[in-house]
Design a protein around this ligand. Structure first.
Ligand code: NDP
Length: 446
Protein backbone atom coordinates (compact mmCIF):
# COMPACT_ATOMS: atom_id res chain seq x y z
CA UNK A 1 0.00 0.00 0.00
CA UNK A 2 1.31 3.48 -0.79
CA UNK A 3 2.47 5.73 2.05
CA UNK A 4 -0.27 8.32 1.45
CA UNK A 5 -3.00 5.65 1.52
CA UNK A 6 -1.53 4.18 4.69
CA UNK A 7 -1.43 7.60 6.36
CA UNK A 8 -4.99 8.35 5.25
CA UNK A 9 -6.30 5.05 6.61
CA UNK A 10 -4.81 5.91 9.99
CA UNK A 11 -6.63 9.27 9.94
CA UNK A 12 -9.97 7.57 9.25
CA UNK A 13 -9.40 4.88 11.84
CA UNK A 14 -8.52 7.37 14.53
CA UNK A 15 -11.54 9.65 14.01
CA UNK A 16 -14.11 7.71 11.98
CA UNK A 17 -16.90 10.21 12.64
CA UNK A 18 -15.29 13.21 10.88
CA UNK A 19 -16.25 12.99 7.17
CA UNK A 20 -15.43 16.60 6.28
CA UNK A 21 -11.96 16.20 7.78
CA UNK A 22 -11.39 12.97 5.84
CA UNK A 23 -12.50 14.73 2.65
CA UNK A 24 -10.13 17.65 3.16
CA UNK A 25 -7.21 15.37 4.04
CA UNK A 26 -7.76 13.01 1.11
CA UNK A 27 -8.11 15.87 -1.39
CA UNK A 28 -4.59 16.87 -0.40
CA UNK A 29 -2.96 13.50 0.16
CA UNK A 30 -4.08 11.96 -3.12
CA UNK A 31 -2.10 14.63 -5.00
CA UNK A 32 1.12 14.24 -2.97
CA UNK A 33 2.25 10.82 -4.21
CA UNK A 34 4.93 12.25 -6.56
CA UNK A 35 6.37 14.39 -3.75
CA UNK A 36 7.23 11.31 -1.71
CA UNK A 37 8.98 9.77 -4.68
CA UNK A 38 11.41 12.69 -4.77
CA UNK A 39 11.45 13.23 -0.96
CA UNK A 40 11.61 9.84 0.77
CA UNK A 41 12.92 11.62 3.89
CA UNK A 42 9.40 13.02 4.51
CA UNK A 43 8.09 9.50 4.83
CA UNK A 44 10.83 8.45 7.27
CA UNK A 45 10.02 11.49 9.40
CA UNK A 46 6.29 10.53 9.38
CA UNK A 47 5.42 13.99 8.12
CA UNK A 48 1.90 13.00 7.02
CA UNK A 49 1.03 11.36 10.33
CA UNK A 50 2.21 14.50 12.11
CA UNK A 51 0.60 16.94 9.68
CA UNK A 52 -2.83 15.31 10.05
CA UNK A 53 -2.77 15.26 13.85
CA UNK A 54 -3.39 18.68 15.44
CA UNK A 55 -0.71 19.92 17.82
CA UNK A 56 -3.45 20.79 20.31
CA UNK A 57 -7.26 20.78 20.56
CA UNK A 58 -9.11 22.82 23.15
CA UNK A 59 -12.86 22.37 23.74
CA UNK A 60 -14.82 24.21 26.34
CA UNK A 61 -18.25 25.08 27.70
CA UNK A 62 -19.72 28.47 26.78
CA UNK A 63 -22.58 29.36 29.13
CA UNK A 64 -24.47 32.63 28.60
CA UNK A 65 -27.79 34.26 29.49
CA UNK A 66 -30.30 35.18 26.78
CA UNK A 67 -32.59 38.23 26.75
CA UNK A 68 -35.33 36.29 28.54
CA UNK A 69 -33.00 35.51 31.42
CA UNK A 70 -32.65 31.84 30.37
CA UNK A 71 -29.28 30.12 30.65
CA UNK A 72 -27.94 28.79 27.33
CA UNK A 73 -24.98 26.47 26.88
CA UNK A 74 -22.88 26.11 23.73
CA UNK A 75 -19.64 24.34 22.95
CA UNK A 76 -16.51 26.28 22.00
CA UNK A 77 -13.38 24.88 20.41
CA UNK A 78 -10.02 25.83 18.99
CA UNK A 79 -7.84 23.49 16.96
CA UNK A 80 -4.19 24.60 17.05
CA UNK A 81 -3.16 22.51 14.10
CA UNK A 82 0.36 23.34 13.00
CA UNK A 83 2.85 26.02 14.06
CA UNK A 84 5.81 25.00 11.89
CA UNK A 85 5.96 28.29 10.00
CA UNK A 86 4.37 30.73 12.46
CA UNK A 87 1.77 31.28 15.17
CA UNK A 88 -1.53 29.43 14.65
CA UNK A 89 -3.75 31.54 12.42
CA UNK A 90 -7.28 30.95 11.18
CA UNK A 91 -10.85 32.03 11.73
CA UNK A 92 -13.62 31.32 14.20
CA UNK A 93 -16.92 29.99 12.84
CA UNK A 94 -20.21 30.45 14.72
CA UNK A 95 -22.84 28.22 13.12
CA UNK A 96 -25.14 25.49 14.46
CA UNK A 97 -23.45 22.91 12.20
CA UNK A 98 -20.04 23.40 13.85
CA UNK A 99 -18.43 20.25 15.24
CA UNK A 100 -14.86 19.05 15.69
CA UNK A 101 -14.68 17.36 12.26
CA UNK A 102 -15.64 20.60 10.49
CA UNK A 103 -13.19 22.70 12.49
CA UNK A 104 -10.43 20.14 11.80
CA UNK A 105 -11.13 20.21 8.05
CA UNK A 106 -10.92 23.99 8.08
CA UNK A 107 -7.78 23.99 10.24
CA UNK A 108 -6.05 21.44 8.02
CA UNK A 109 -6.80 23.48 4.88
CA UNK A 110 -5.57 26.55 6.68
CA UNK A 111 -2.07 25.10 7.22
CA UNK A 112 -1.36 24.83 3.50
CA UNK A 113 -3.25 28.00 2.59
CA UNK A 114 -1.23 30.03 5.07
CA UNK A 115 1.99 28.56 3.69
CA UNK A 116 0.99 29.73 0.20
CA UNK A 117 0.62 33.34 1.38
CA UNK A 118 4.41 33.38 2.01
CA UNK A 119 3.72 35.02 5.43
CA UNK A 120 5.03 33.38 8.65
CA UNK A 121 1.70 31.99 9.87
CA UNK A 122 0.77 28.48 11.01
CA UNK A 123 -2.66 26.89 10.78
CA UNK A 124 -5.56 26.86 13.24
CA UNK A 125 -9.33 27.19 13.32
CA UNK A 126 -12.04 27.39 15.94
CA UNK A 127 -15.64 28.19 16.60
CA UNK A 128 -18.87 27.22 18.26
CA UNK A 129 -22.27 25.71 17.52
CA UNK A 130 -23.76 29.07 18.58
CA UNK A 131 -26.09 30.57 15.94
CA UNK A 132 -25.88 34.39 15.81
CA UNK A 133 -28.90 34.50 13.48
CA UNK A 134 -31.95 35.98 15.20
CA UNK A 135 -29.99 36.92 18.34
CA UNK A 136 -29.97 40.48 19.68
CA UNK A 137 -26.72 42.46 19.79
CA UNK A 138 -26.64 42.05 23.56
CA UNK A 139 -27.05 38.27 23.30
CA UNK A 140 -24.23 38.12 20.76
CA UNK A 141 -22.09 40.25 23.08
CA UNK A 142 -22.75 38.05 26.12
CA UNK A 143 -21.96 34.95 24.11
CA UNK A 144 -18.71 36.40 22.70
CA UNK A 145 -17.60 37.49 26.18
CA UNK A 146 -18.25 34.05 27.63
CA UNK A 147 -16.45 32.42 24.67
CA UNK A 148 -13.42 34.62 25.30
CA UNK A 149 -13.51 33.93 29.07
CA UNK A 150 -11.94 30.57 28.21
CA UNK A 151 -10.24 31.19 24.86
CA UNK A 152 -8.09 34.06 26.15
CA UNK A 153 -5.70 31.75 27.99
CA UNK A 154 -4.84 29.86 24.80
CA UNK A 155 -4.23 32.72 22.33
CA UNK A 156 -1.86 35.67 21.96
CA UNK A 157 -0.30 37.89 19.29
CA UNK A 158 2.64 35.47 18.87
CA UNK A 159 0.83 32.29 19.89
CA UNK A 160 -2.52 31.96 18.14
CA UNK A 161 -4.35 34.73 16.28
CA UNK A 162 -8.01 33.98 15.42
CA UNK A 163 -10.08 35.93 12.87
CA UNK A 164 -13.63 35.77 11.45
CA UNK A 165 -15.41 33.14 9.37
CA UNK A 166 -19.09 32.22 8.90
CA UNK A 167 -21.12 34.02 11.58
CA UNK A 168 -18.13 35.99 12.87
CA UNK A 169 -17.69 39.47 11.42
CA UNK A 170 -16.61 42.86 12.73
CA UNK A 171 -19.26 42.92 15.47
CA UNK A 172 -18.22 39.59 17.00
CA UNK A 173 -14.48 40.32 16.67
CA UNK A 174 -15.08 43.63 18.49
CA UNK A 175 -16.84 41.99 21.45
CA UNK A 176 -14.19 39.26 21.70
CA UNK A 177 -11.31 41.73 21.45
CA UNK A 178 -12.86 43.89 24.19
CA UNK A 179 -13.13 40.92 26.52
CA UNK A 180 -9.59 39.72 25.76
CA UNK A 181 -8.27 43.17 26.62
CA UNK A 182 -10.23 43.30 29.86
CA UNK A 183 -9.04 39.87 30.96
CA UNK A 184 -5.37 40.27 30.06
CA UNK A 185 -4.82 44.04 30.38
CA UNK A 186 -3.05 43.82 27.01
CA UNK A 187 -3.74 45.68 23.79
CA UNK A 188 -2.17 43.46 21.17
CA UNK A 189 -2.95 42.11 17.73
CA UNK A 190 -4.53 38.94 19.11
CA UNK A 191 -7.46 38.93 16.70
CA UNK A 192 -7.58 40.13 13.11
CA UNK A 193 -10.56 41.61 11.31
CA UNK A 194 -10.73 44.36 13.94
CA UNK A 195 -12.52 47.62 13.14
CA UNK A 196 -10.70 50.42 11.40
CA UNK A 197 -9.47 52.93 13.99
CA UNK A 198 -8.72 50.33 16.67
CA UNK A 199 -6.12 48.14 15.05
CA UNK A 200 -8.02 46.82 12.05
CA UNK A 201 -6.39 46.91 8.64
CA UNK A 202 -7.96 48.71 5.74
CA UNK A 203 -9.01 46.19 3.05
CA UNK A 204 -9.33 43.29 5.55
CA UNK A 205 -13.13 43.09 5.10
CA UNK A 206 -12.65 43.15 1.32
CA UNK A 207 -9.63 40.86 1.21
CA UNK A 208 -11.06 37.37 0.70
CA UNK A 209 -13.51 38.39 -2.03
CA UNK A 210 -11.06 40.72 -3.76
CA UNK A 211 -8.34 38.06 -3.59
CA UNK A 212 -10.68 35.45 -5.04
CA UNK A 213 -11.24 37.69 -8.05
CA UNK A 214 -7.54 38.56 -8.42
CA UNK A 215 -6.89 34.82 -8.57
CA UNK A 216 -9.65 34.41 -11.16
CA UNK A 217 -8.12 37.24 -13.19
CA UNK A 218 -4.77 35.43 -13.20
CA UNK A 219 -6.33 32.13 -14.25
CA UNK A 220 -8.17 33.77 -17.14
CA UNK A 221 -5.09 35.79 -18.13
CA UNK A 222 -3.11 32.54 -18.41
CA UNK A 223 -5.53 31.66 -21.23
CA UNK A 224 -5.46 35.15 -22.76
CA UNK A 225 -8.95 35.92 -21.40
CA UNK A 226 -10.42 38.41 -18.90
CA UNK A 227 -13.38 39.01 -16.57
CA UNK A 228 -14.84 41.83 -18.67
CA UNK A 229 -18.32 41.01 -19.98
CA UNK A 230 -18.47 37.61 -18.24
CA UNK A 231 -21.67 36.45 -16.55
CA UNK A 232 -20.79 35.48 -12.98
CA UNK A 233 -22.87 33.30 -10.66
CA UNK A 234 -21.99 34.01 -7.03
CA UNK A 235 -23.31 32.04 -4.05
CA UNK A 236 -23.57 33.50 -0.57
CA UNK A 237 -24.27 37.10 0.37
CA UNK A 238 -21.97 37.38 3.36
CA UNK A 239 -18.55 38.92 3.71
CA UNK A 240 -16.77 36.96 0.98
CA UNK A 241 -19.62 37.06 -1.55
CA UNK A 242 -20.19 40.80 -1.15
CA UNK A 243 -16.63 41.82 -1.94
CA UNK A 244 -16.27 39.16 -4.60
CA UNK A 245 -19.26 40.80 -6.33
CA UNK A 246 -17.79 44.25 -5.89
CA UNK A 247 -14.48 43.29 -7.50
CA UNK A 248 -16.19 41.43 -10.37
CA UNK A 249 -18.13 44.64 -11.13
CA UNK A 250 -14.96 46.71 -11.05
CA UNK A 251 -13.47 44.45 -13.75
CA UNK A 252 -16.57 44.85 -15.94
CA UNK A 253 -18.12 41.46 -15.14
CA UNK A 254 -21.87 40.95 -14.70
CA UNK A 255 -23.11 39.48 -11.39
CA UNK A 256 -26.31 37.50 -11.99
CA UNK A 257 -26.88 35.63 -8.71
CA UNK A 258 -26.35 35.81 -4.95
CA UNK A 259 -27.77 33.56 -2.23
CA UNK A 260 -28.15 32.71 1.44
CA UNK A 261 -29.10 29.49 3.19
CA UNK A 262 -32.75 30.07 2.19
CA UNK A 263 -32.22 30.16 -1.59
CA UNK A 264 -30.81 32.33 -4.37
CA UNK A 265 -31.82 35.36 -6.39
CA UNK A 266 -31.34 35.62 -10.17
CA UNK A 267 -31.25 39.09 -11.68
CA UNK A 268 -31.09 38.94 -15.48
CA UNK A 269 -30.22 42.65 -15.66
CA UNK A 270 -27.28 42.11 -13.32
CA UNK A 271 -26.66 43.15 -9.73
CA UNK A 272 -24.96 46.51 -10.21
CA UNK A 273 -23.16 48.72 -7.65
CA UNK A 274 -26.41 50.26 -6.34
CA UNK A 275 -28.15 46.92 -5.98
CA UNK A 276 -25.07 45.47 -4.29
CA UNK A 277 -25.04 48.38 -1.83
CA UNK A 278 -28.68 47.56 -1.06
CA UNK A 279 -27.76 43.89 -0.42
CA UNK A 280 -24.85 44.92 1.81
CA UNK A 281 -27.14 47.09 3.89
CA UNK A 282 -29.71 44.26 4.04
CA UNK A 283 -27.13 41.74 5.23
CA UNK A 284 -24.75 43.83 7.34
CA UNK A 285 -27.15 46.28 9.02
CA UNK A 286 -30.76 45.12 8.70
CA UNK A 287 -29.68 41.46 8.95
CA UNK A 288 -32.42 40.39 6.53
CA UNK A 289 -32.87 37.53 4.05
CA UNK A 290 -31.83 37.55 0.38
CA UNK A 291 -35.39 36.83 -0.77
CA UNK A 292 -36.30 40.41 0.19
CA UNK A 293 -34.29 41.51 -2.90
CA UNK A 294 -37.13 40.56 -5.26
CA UNK A 295 -39.58 42.89 -3.49
CA UNK A 296 -37.16 45.77 -4.05
CA UNK A 297 -36.02 44.79 -7.58
CA UNK A 298 -39.08 43.25 -9.17
CA UNK A 299 -37.31 42.07 -12.34
CA UNK A 300 -35.40 39.51 -10.28
CA UNK A 301 -36.53 36.00 -9.33
CA UNK A 302 -36.06 34.14 -6.04
CA UNK A 303 -35.49 30.38 -6.02
CA UNK A 304 -36.32 28.95 -2.60
CA UNK A 305 -34.05 26.19 -1.28
CA UNK A 306 -31.88 26.11 -4.42
CA UNK A 307 -28.30 26.89 -5.38
CA UNK A 308 -27.41 29.04 -8.39
CA UNK A 309 -25.39 26.52 -10.42
CA UNK A 310 -28.24 25.78 -12.85
CA UNK A 311 -28.07 29.33 -14.25
CA UNK A 312 -26.31 29.95 -17.53
CA UNK A 313 -22.99 31.55 -16.48
CA UNK A 314 -19.41 31.95 -17.71
CA UNK A 315 -17.90 31.92 -14.24
CA UNK A 316 -18.93 30.37 -10.92
CA UNK A 317 -17.77 31.89 -7.65
CA UNK A 318 -18.92 29.68 -4.75
CA UNK A 319 -18.66 31.88 -1.66
CA UNK A 320 -21.03 30.40 0.93
CA UNK A 321 -20.08 27.05 2.46
CA UNK A 322 -18.58 23.56 2.06
CA UNK A 323 -19.85 21.08 -0.54
CA UNK A 324 -22.25 23.58 -2.10
CA UNK A 325 -21.36 22.45 -5.65
CA UNK A 326 -22.43 18.83 -5.90
CA UNK A 327 -22.59 16.50 -8.88
CA UNK A 328 -25.79 17.96 -10.28
CA UNK A 329 -24.51 21.52 -10.00
CA UNK A 330 -21.23 20.56 -11.67
CA UNK A 331 -23.05 18.89 -14.57
CA UNK A 332 -25.18 21.99 -15.07
CA UNK A 333 -22.13 24.25 -15.03
CA UNK A 334 -20.44 22.10 -17.68
CA UNK A 335 -23.62 21.91 -19.78
CA UNK A 336 -24.01 25.69 -19.71
CA UNK A 337 -20.43 26.33 -20.86
CA UNK A 338 -18.92 27.64 -17.62
CA UNK A 339 -15.24 28.54 -18.23
CA UNK A 340 -13.82 29.02 -14.76
CA UNK A 341 -14.44 28.55 -11.04
CA UNK A 342 -12.65 30.43 -8.29
CA UNK A 343 -13.49 29.13 -4.81
CA UNK A 344 -14.18 31.77 -2.15
CA UNK A 345 -15.70 29.39 0.38
CA UNK A 346 -13.67 26.59 1.93
CA UNK A 347 -14.06 23.20 0.17
CA UNK A 348 -17.24 24.29 -1.66
CA UNK A 349 -16.87 21.62 -4.37
CA UNK A 350 -17.57 17.98 -3.51
CA UNK A 351 -15.05 15.41 -4.79
CA UNK A 352 -17.57 13.99 -7.29
CA UNK A 353 -18.36 17.46 -8.59
CA UNK A 354 -14.67 18.28 -8.92
CA UNK A 355 -14.17 15.11 -10.97
CA UNK A 356 -16.80 16.31 -13.46
CA UNK A 357 -15.43 19.85 -13.67
CA UNK A 358 -11.84 18.79 -14.07
CA UNK A 359 -12.72 16.23 -16.76
CA UNK A 360 -14.46 19.03 -18.66
CA UNK A 361 -11.29 21.13 -18.48
CA UNK A 362 -12.87 24.03 -16.59
CA UNK A 363 -10.26 26.38 -15.08
CA UNK A 364 -10.34 25.69 -11.36
CA UNK A 365 -8.93 27.85 -8.55
CA UNK A 366 -8.98 25.77 -5.34
CA UNK A 367 -9.98 27.44 -2.08
CA UNK A 368 -6.66 27.13 -0.33
CA UNK A 369 -5.14 29.29 -3.06
CA UNK A 370 -8.05 31.38 -4.33
CA UNK A 371 -9.43 32.45 -0.93
CA UNK A 372 -6.05 33.00 0.76
CA UNK A 373 -6.40 36.77 0.41
CA UNK A 374 -8.30 37.05 3.70
CA UNK A 375 -5.65 35.43 5.80
CA UNK A 376 -2.91 37.19 3.83
CA UNK A 377 -4.32 40.59 4.81
CA UNK A 378 -4.83 39.29 8.35
CA UNK A 379 -1.07 38.71 8.39
CA UNK A 380 -0.59 42.27 7.12
CA UNK A 381 -2.85 43.43 9.98
CA UNK A 382 -0.56 41.56 12.41
CA UNK A 383 2.46 43.35 10.93
CA UNK A 384 0.78 46.73 11.30
CA UNK A 385 -0.25 45.97 14.91
CA UNK A 386 3.23 44.74 15.85
CA UNK A 387 4.75 47.98 14.53
CA UNK A 388 1.89 50.18 15.88
CA UNK A 389 1.53 51.33 12.31
CA UNK A 390 -1.32 51.86 9.85
CA UNK A 391 -1.10 51.52 6.08
CA UNK A 392 -3.24 53.14 3.39
CA UNK A 393 -5.82 51.05 1.56
CA UNK A 394 -3.82 51.46 -1.67
CA UNK A 395 -0.77 49.97 0.00
CA UNK A 396 -2.67 47.01 1.48
CA UNK A 397 -4.61 46.34 -1.72
CA UNK A 398 -1.49 46.42 -3.84
CA UNK A 399 0.23 43.96 -1.46
CA UNK A 400 -2.87 41.73 -1.62
CA UNK A 401 -2.84 41.80 -5.41
CA UNK A 402 0.87 40.89 -5.45
CA UNK A 403 0.34 38.06 -2.97
CA UNK A 404 -2.56 36.58 -4.99
CA UNK A 405 -0.62 36.88 -8.24
CA UNK A 406 2.31 35.20 -6.50
CA UNK A 407 0.10 32.38 -5.19
CA UNK A 408 -1.20 31.72 -8.70
CA UNK A 409 2.38 31.60 -9.94
CA UNK A 410 3.51 29.24 -7.16
CA UNK A 411 0.62 26.87 -7.94
CA UNK A 412 1.33 26.93 -11.69
CA UNK A 413 5.06 26.37 -11.14
CA UNK A 414 4.59 23.47 -8.72
CA UNK A 415 2.08 21.80 -11.04
CA UNK A 416 4.51 22.10 -13.93
CA UNK A 417 7.47 20.85 -11.88
CA UNK A 418 5.49 17.72 -11.00
CA UNK A 419 4.35 17.15 -14.60
CA UNK A 420 0.75 18.25 -14.13
CA UNK A 421 0.85 21.56 -15.96
CA UNK A 422 -2.24 23.72 -15.46
CA UNK A 423 -3.61 21.67 -12.53
CA UNK A 424 -3.83 24.33 -9.83
CA UNK A 425 -5.31 21.89 -7.31
CA UNK A 426 -2.20 19.73 -7.46
CA UNK A 427 0.02 22.81 -7.59
CA UNK A 428 -1.54 24.43 -4.50
CA UNK A 429 -1.31 21.23 -2.47
CA UNK A 430 2.29 20.52 -3.41
CA UNK A 431 3.59 24.08 -3.04
CA UNK A 432 1.95 24.52 0.38
CA UNK A 433 2.91 21.06 1.59
CA UNK A 434 6.58 21.28 0.69
CA UNK A 435 6.99 24.54 2.55
CA UNK A 436 5.42 23.17 5.73
CA UNK A 437 7.18 19.80 5.47
CA UNK A 438 10.60 21.45 5.09
CA UNK A 439 9.95 23.59 8.17
CA UNK A 440 8.85 20.52 10.15
CA UNK A 441 11.97 18.62 9.06
CA UNK A 442 14.21 21.46 10.26
CA UNK A 443 12.54 21.63 13.67
CA UNK A 444 12.95 17.98 14.66
CA UNK A 445 10.33 15.62 16.02
CA UNK A 446 8.04 17.94 17.99
P1 NDP B 1 -20.66 35.00 6.32
O1 NDP B 1 -21.23 34.47 7.58
O2 NDP B 1 -20.39 36.45 6.21
O3 NDP B 1 -21.58 34.58 5.08
C1 NDP B 1 -21.87 33.25 4.83
C2 NDP B 1 -22.84 33.20 3.66
O4 NDP B 1 -23.02 31.84 3.26
C3 NDP B 1 -24.22 33.70 4.04
O5 NDP B 1 -24.85 34.22 2.90
C4 NDP B 1 -24.91 32.42 4.51
O6 NDP B 1 -26.32 32.44 4.46
C5 NDP B 1 -24.37 31.43 3.50
N1 NDP B 1 -24.37 30.08 4.07
C6 NDP B 1 -23.81 29.68 5.24
N2 NDP B 1 -24.06 28.36 5.44
C7 NDP B 1 -24.79 27.94 4.37
C8 NDP B 1 -25.35 26.71 3.99
N3 NDP B 1 -25.19 25.62 4.77
N4 NDP B 1 -26.04 26.63 2.81
C9 NDP B 1 -26.19 27.73 2.04
N5 NDP B 1 -25.69 28.94 2.35
C10 NDP B 1 -24.99 29.05 3.49
O7 NDP B 1 -19.33 34.14 6.08
P2 NDP B 1 -18.10 34.45 5.11
O8 NDP B 1 -18.56 35.19 3.92
O9 NDP B 1 -17.02 35.01 5.94
O10 NDP B 1 -17.65 32.97 4.72
C11 NDP B 1 -18.14 32.30 3.55
C12 NDP B 1 -17.19 31.19 3.19
O11 NDP B 1 -15.88 31.73 2.92
C13 NDP B 1 -16.97 30.12 4.27
O12 NDP B 1 -16.75 28.87 3.64
C14 NDP B 1 -15.67 30.56 4.92
O13 NDP B 1 -14.98 29.49 5.56
C15 NDP B 1 -14.90 31.07 3.71
N6 NDP B 1 -13.81 31.99 3.99
C16 NDP B 1 -14.03 33.16 4.65
C17 NDP B 1 -12.99 34.03 4.88
C18 NDP B 1 -13.18 35.38 5.47
O14 NDP B 1 -12.23 36.17 5.45
N7 NDP B 1 -14.35 35.71 5.99
C19 NDP B 1 -11.60 33.67 4.49
C20 NDP B 1 -11.50 32.45 3.72
C21 NDP B 1 -12.58 31.65 3.53
P3 NDP B 1 -27.16 32.64 5.82
O15 NDP B 1 -26.95 34.08 6.19
O16 NDP B 1 -28.56 32.30 5.46
O17 NDP B 1 -26.56 31.68 6.83
Amino acid sequence: MSYVKEAFDKVKLRDPEQPEFHQAVWEVLETLEPVFESHPEFKDAKILERLTEPERIITFRVPWVDDKGQVQVNRGMRVEFNSAIGPYKGGLRFHPSVNLGIIKFLGFEQILKNALTTRPIGGGKGGSDFDPKGKSDMEVMRFCQSFMNELFRHIGANVDVPAGDIGVGGREIGYMFGQYKKLTRKWEGVLTGKGYGWGGSLIRPEATGYGQVYFLREMLASKGDSIEGKKCAISGSGNVAQYCAKKVLSYGGKVITMSDSGGYIFDKDGIDEDKLAWIMDLKNNRRGRIKEYVSEYTGAVYHEGKRPWGENCDIALPSATQNEIEEKGAKNLVKNGCLAISEGANMPTSPAAYGILSKAGILFGPAKAANAGGVAVSALEMSQNAAFDEWTSEKVDSKLDKIMTGIHQQCSDAAEEYNQKGDLVVGANIAGFIKVANAMMSQGVV
